[in-house]
Design a protein around this ligand. Structure first.
Ligand SMILES: Nc1nc2c(ncn2[C@@H]2O[C@H](COP(=O)(O)OP(=O)(O)OP(=O)(O)O)[C@@H](O)[C@H]2O)c(=O)[nH]1
Ligand SMILES: [Mg+2]
Length: 288
């Protein structure tokens, strides 16, 4: 068994996923609209395909977070793909854009039934109860803060949810569960696990950093050669193998070990950091 397989077994023991999903049942039950968040740079790996069976017929909206970090053309292609699947989705920079208006607009078709029922019963329009769901690090808390802001008023517990959880009144349209539901990760393949680690959803320590960087480098070489060229001042990237690219980075940056050999580990680390901080530009790791 490879190191990764062994680690995988530690982190993804059987039954874990079903248990984690089932635990979300009461939260789902108590809400009107599920807001699933995934990372726009890898909307496949950062979603859990089991979610749809958990939420059944509940209205469901998908947010592709970190728009500011993702390749805009690829994000657009993802949105079109989701639209074809009948899944309402939008993308956002949750750190800098207010989401309430887009949320309001997107939720209209999803809650027609609820609104029709209220009208039939002569009831006033009730605020929608939102539940935020997503795997680790996709932006769930940022989304909640974005909506609720600092002035968020806490409203009483509602039946069906754990006492520790509070509903926050956002506006006359929305109330929000203050704790997001953490979705378990799908059992990732090695390739998916690398992406999840690069995006911070799996602890980087789970995979050797040199492996992460090498996979990233191979990917960038094929998909974003000009970003590599520009960032590190490289020529004819197609003619260089990975080791030669590392050497070139070390040379440009002065990453040398005592004795003068190239410090490839340092080049690997800075490659990952550059990707994560968008020093290589807007990069998506998965296309539809
Ligand atoms: N650039 C950018 N950063 C974002 C965006 N959304 C979230 N982040 C950042 O991503 C990181 C994770 O965001 P959180 O809101 O803590 O994610 P979470 O899903 O609550 O994470 P856990 O609680 O660990 O599961 C933080 O550093 C956020 O600032 C976004 O749209 N754009
Ligand atoms: Mg959080």
């Amino acid at each position: 068994m490879s190191d990764f397989q062994q680690q995988k077994n530690v982190h993804y023991f059987p039954g874990h996923m079903a248990k984690a999903l089932n635990a979300l049942g009461p939260m789902v039950k108590g809400s009107d609209l599920i807001v699933e968040i995934c990372d726009a740079r890898a909307p496949f790996s950062t979603r859990n395909p089991m979610l749809s069976s958990l939420i059944g017929q509940k209205p469901h909206l998908l947010v592709l977070s970190k728009m500011d970090k993702a390749d805009p053309l690829i994000t657009q292609a993802w949105l079109e793909t989701f639209a074809k699947q009948g899944l309402i989705a939008f993308t956002s920079d949750l750190k800098h854009e207010k989401v309430i208006n887009v949320l309001l607009k997107m939720s209209v078709p999803l809650v027609e039934k609820k609104r029709a029922k209220e009208a039939r019963l002569g009831m006033k329009k009730q605020p929608l109860r939102l539940l935020i769901l997503g795997i680790p690090n996709v932006g769930k808390s940022t989304f909640i803060n974005n909506l609720a802001g600092k002035k968020a008023a806490r409203v009483a517990n509602r039946p069906g949810v754990t006492r520790a959880e509070q509903w926050i009144k956002v506006s006359s349209d929305f109330i929000l569960l203050d704790t997001p539901g953490i979705l378990p990760m799908n059992y990732p393949t090695r390739e998916e696990a690398v992406r999840l680690a690069l995006l911070g959803s799996i602890k980087e320590e789970v995979l050797p950093i040199d492996d992460l960087a090498l996979t990233l480098l191979e990917f960038l070489k094929v998909n974003y050669p000009s970003s590599l060229k520009e960032r590190y001042g490289l020529e004819d990237i197609a003619l260089l193998n990975e080791k030669e690219i590392y050497s070139a980075i070390c040379q440009k940056r002065g990453y040398l070990l005592p004795g003068g050999a190239y410090d490839e580990s340092k080049a690997a680390q800075s490659l990952i950091k550059d990707f994560q901080e968008n020093a290589l530009g807007k990069i998506s790791l998965e296309r539809p």
